[in-house]
Write a protein that binds this ligand. Structure first.
Ligand code: SAH
Length: 229
């Protein structure tokens, strides 16, 4: 009798709340194995990585690979970063509810969405106009009213909304753009891959303390090039 009640209840539950995320298990596995399993401990970052549906940020033909441990093409010669790197960069900038973030290199909008799950507002700039448009539409459709996407060269940052507590650059630059350093708030954190394109780059963290910049080398990464208009 009790078994029948349980079965009936679960059938009713599923008809009222249909499973609308076929990748839920894959995403949780990704977080357990690739993210938390590899040393990411910040709860806010882990929560955001569990929530944001990465498969909605990749082209249809790559959906089934969306939770695998590598970058994927998003068109125009660009890529969505490897999930672990997104989590690593997110944790490194210490995201918190009251913070404002700037991202250079919107790409698919995935990193912006992960940040926007945690911080107050995200400003993101993308140099490929088609990607800027696609991401803006996608983020709007997903309900991220706290993300503003701008099309253009992010070298000069977004002075109207500066200073930023967090600046994430997701394309590899030969040097750190000065305007971005200037737009960093006191105690702000900037993460950027620096080095030659086509080779391995170094992920660098800058922290502004009493107006001075502290620099830390984090790890080696491989990003698409930071371009100039
Ligand atoms: N953060 C993205 C991945 C970015 S790939 C995501 O989550 O999907 C890097 C992106 O940086 C590419 O889309 C590239 O077009 C963009 N980019 C390169 N140089 C840029 C510049 N100067 N200003 C803004 N975007 C730039």
């Amino acid at each position: 009798m009790r078994l029948i009640a349980i079965i009936l209840f679960s059938v009713m539950w599923k008809s009222i709340f249909p499973q609308n995320d076929p990748y839920l298990d894959a995403r949780n596995r990704m977080v357990d194995e690739q993210i938390s399993g590899r040393g990411i401990t910040d709860n806010k970052t882990l929560m955001a990585m569990r929530k944001v549906q990465r498969h909605l940020f990749v082209p249809e033909e790559y959906k089934s690979q969306a939770y695998n441990d590598y970058p994927l093409p998003i068109g125009y010669g660009q890529t969505i970063s490897q999930p672990y790197i997104v989590a690593y960069m997110t944790e490194t900038v210490i995201p918190e509810k009251n913070k404002t973030a700037l991202e250079i290199g919107t790409g698919s909008g995935y990193q912006a969405a992960v940040l926007a799950e945690i911080v107050d507002s995200v400003y993101t700039i993308e140099i490929v106009p088609e990607l800027a448009d696609e991401s803006a539409a996608r983020l709007k459709m997903l309900g991220y009213s706290n993300i503003k996407v701008k099309s253009g060269d992010g070298y000069n940052g977004w002075p109207e909304h500066a200073p930023f507590d967090i600046i994430l650059v997701t394309a590899a630059a030969g040097e750190i753009p000065k305007p971005l350093i200037n737009q960093l708030a006191e105690n702000g954190r900037l993460v950027i891959p620096v080095g030659e394109t086509g080779a391995v780059q170094e992920l660098i963290l800058l922290v502004k303390k009493k107006g001075k910049i502290e620099k830390k080398r984090l790890t080696f990464v491989r990003f698409v090039p930071f371009k100039r208009d």
